[in-house]
Ligand binder design. Structure first.
Ligand SMILES: [Zn+2]
Length: 258
């Protein structure tokens, strides 16, 4: 990596205290830039290469944001905030299509919830999927969750969110049952990770994201589920003490409804 890129990342890391995930993002994005002082033609070339490699507009924009951050720092330093008045070169972001993502239906979620896992690994994966479904949290947030951060009495869990922001979110009575049984059996101490390895170590979020996908694909074959993203919970629900009736109802197993 070019020395100027390294200096930019060091200043962001030590002076602005950006998270390790942001440092990785800068490193990954700046690889697309071949020179420390790019001309307009170089910047256009970056976009051409990204499109040739098959990146979607959203993926290109993610890289463009990091490169523009470097270009601003290169010209103005850290102290001045970037604005439209800046005269330094920059890459225009691409227009992204606004799509409605397909999500699981209540029927499919019911089948997913009703799955009966066997053994440690299957139980950990199933509980993780249920947690993602129930709370709408990010996979990285779930993997950092400690037993002591799960308040079973008040149905609240404290998550370490993106950008080092902690937040409390509610979960359902049904998830409480699963969390209680699993933590009592596999991670009884408060300092332990809920979704850690057998030896209590943290799992890699990219590997687990792939495993969740494979798990859902396997269930799709078994239960004819389509592989779709989980419905994201509305932001305002995070502060509400109770989940809406429809959502709680969705989580009930077929057995408890009878
Ligand atoms: Zn600027």
């Amino acid at each position: 990596m070019q020395p100027r890129f390294e200096q930019f990342i060091s200043e962001k890391q030590y002076l602005q205290n950006v998270t390790p995930a942001t440092v990785d993002w800068y490193r990954h994005s700046l690889r697309w830039l071949c020179t420390e002082s790019p001309t307009d033609a170089d910047l256009k070339d970056v976009v051409f290469r990204m499109r040739e490699r098959g990146l979607k507009p959203s993926g290109c924009n993610c890289i463009i944001r990091a490169i523009n951050s470097f270009l601003h720092w290169n010209a103005m330093g850290l102290d001045v905030k970037c604005s439209p008045l800046c005269k330094h070169p920059r890459i225009m972001s691409m227009k992204e299509p606004t799509l409605v993502l397909p999500v699981y239906t209540a029927q499919q979620v019911k089948k997913l919830v009703g799955f009966r896992p066997k053994g440690f690994y299957e139980r950990r994966m199933h509980l993780l999927v249920l947690t993602l479904l129930d709370t709408g949290c990010r996979i990285g947030e779930a993997l950092c969750l400690h037993v002591g951060e799960v308040d079973l009495d008040n149905l609240l869990m404290t998550l370490d969110g993106k950008g080092g922001k902690q937040r409390k979110i509610p979960f359902s009575m049904e998830l409480r049952k699963g969390l209680f049984r699993y933590t009592r059996e596999f991670c009884p101490q408060t300092h332990m990770l809920v979704f850690g390895t057998r030896h209590g170590l943290k799992l890699d979020r990219h590997i687990v994201a792939r495993d969740v996908r494979l798990f859902c694909e396997r269930l799709r074959d078994a239960l004819s589920l389509a592989l779709k993203p989980f419905p994201r919970k509305h932001k305002s629900m995070e502060t509400k003490p109770e989940l809406p009736v429809a959502r709680r109802g969705m989580f009930k197993s077929a057995k408890s409804r009878r």
